[in-house]
Design a binder for this molecule. Structure first.
Ligand SMILES: Nc1nc2c(ncn2[C@@H]2O[C@H](COP(=O)(O)OP(=O)(O)OP(=O)(O)O)[C@@H](O)[C@H]2O)c(=O)[nH]1
Ligand SMILES: [Mg+2]
Length: 327
């Protein structure tokens, strides 16, 4: 790896050099402690240039059309003079299965654009977890001047929660049929969404799509509203044929404006940052522990006591932390 000073890297990022942006992200994703140190330095320096993008999470069952939607939506944003970065979050990724660059074809148009940047999901196992790595990547993209950061959830399960912890607006892509009308509701996604897009609505399934919309609206009606005065809109369209995307764009804009008026935009971001702080405190305690043999021995000892199922894990944790503090 070529050696670049952190100031060089920052200048490169700020001047729109995508290659150096990629390098900075690789640094963030690195497991090596010395890289982490550099990453911290980089993040510290770029903080003043972050915060100004709209952070959008996109979820939906596999095959719902998330990547296609991102490509079409991204191009629309580019037409409006915006810069677009695309990231993916995949809590299960250890191999490169199904992540956004795994199938290049679906975003290749966007990837060619000067004002677009696409980064596949990081692989697991690095310091800080997937959500934190994705968040830090998002920060560097903001410092590079991207106006929209689109994050595709890959895989099912906790990815929605992870993405909700780092974004401002959550878009749920729904497809008609397959008896899955209530799927999102069952999985608790309906409580998290801000905008719903029913995708693949084309000539032959207009009526079905309208029925799905009615059902969704009915379901939404029974849920407490997440944002004061916001009625979750259900937009019909086709990501492939670029239908309905302008409406989603508008709804996202309206939603962000409302959050700013309600003073929840910044409040939510602050709350998210607090959660990350708490996470990192735990992470660094573990790191300090691993650096010192005697501490690591205690750590393993108390962990073992807990895993023997005879002692209360919280008691064991407390004893360990007390020992740590005495050090
Ligand atoms: N007819 C039609 N097909 C679409 C539309 N949007 C996406 N597709 C197709 O649906 C398939 C899946 O699309 P993707 O965009 O890869 O879906 P995804 O949700 O990103 O899938 P995963 O990342 O694998 O979870 C592809 O064959 C797309 O061409 C649409 O609006 N209409
Ligand atoms: Mg995809």
């Amino acid at each position: 790896m070529e050696t670049l000073s952190i100031p060089d890297l920052i200048n490169g990022i700020r001047s729109g050099d995508k290659r150096l942006l990629g390098k900075a992200i690789t640094l963030i994703e690195s497991k090596k402690p010395e890289h982490r140190k550099e990453a911290e330095e980089l993040l510290k320096e770029i903080m003043p240039f972050t915060g100004s993008s709209v952070r959008i999470g996109i979820t939906g069952v596999p095959g719902a059309g998330k990547s296609t939607f991102i490509e079409s939506f991204g191009k629309l944003a580019l037409e409006k003079g915006k810069k677009v970065a695309v990231l993916a979050i995949d809590p299960s990724s250890s191999l490169n299965k199904g992540s956004i660059l795994g199938d290049k074809t679906r975003m290749e148009e966007l990837a060619k654009e000067q004002n677009a940047f696409i980064r596949p999901s990081p692989t697991s196992g690095f310091l800080g977890g997937i959500a934190n790595a994705t968040f830090e990547t998002l920060l560097v993209c903001e410092a590079a001047g991207y106006d929209f950061i689109l994050i595709e959830t890959v895989g099912v399960g906790q990815s929605e929660v992870l993405v909700a912890d780092i974004t401002d607006v959550f878009v749920f892509l729904k497809i008609i049929g397959g008896g899955d009308e209530l799927q999102g509701i069952k999985r608790g996604i309906m409580e998290m969404v801000d905008v719903i897009f029913i995708n693949k609505v084309e000539d032959e399934n207009q009526i079905k799509a309208k029925n799905t919309k009615v059902e969704l609206m009915r379901a939404l009606h029974f849920l407490p509203s997440k944002e004061k005065s916001w009625k979750v809109p259900v937009v019909l369209g086709s990501a492939l044929n670029k239908k309905g995307l302008a409406e989603v764009y508008e709804k996202i804009d309206e939603f962000i404006q409302l959050k700013i008026r309600n003073e929840t935009f910044e409040a939510v971001r602050k709350h998210q940052a607090e959660k990350r702080f708490e996470y990192w405190v735990q992470e660094y305690i573990l790191q300090v522990t691993k650096q010192e043999k005697s501490l690591e021995k205690y750590y393993k000892h108390h962990k073992k006591n807990a895993s023997d199922l005879k002692s209360n894990p919280s008691t064991e944790a407390k004893i360990f932390v007390e020992k740590l503090l005495k050090k």
